[in-house]
Design a protein around this ligand. Structure first.
Ligand SMILES: [Zn+2]
Ligand SMILES: [Zn+2]
Length: 55
């Protein structure tokens, strides 16, 4: 699948429970995805559009 969602922090495919998506708070264009693990541990993510880094 081409539009498969991946975790922006660790890069695993996002399926099942505990995953979350949100728009980049800086540019509002890039959709950040996070797996349960990265959300739980507040791993940083990087926006691929503007380079914004957030917890
Ligand atoms: Zn992850
Ligand atoms: Zn951004």
């Amino acid at each position: 699948m081409q539009n498969e969602k991946i975790c922006s922090s660790c890069g695993i495919r996002l399926t099942g429970n505990g995953i979350t998506f949100f728009k980049c708070p800086n540019c509002g264009q890039y959709e950040v995805g996070r797996c349960y693990n990265c959300r739980d541990q507040s791993v940083k993510y990087v926006c691929k559009k503007c380079g914004f880094t957030g917890p």
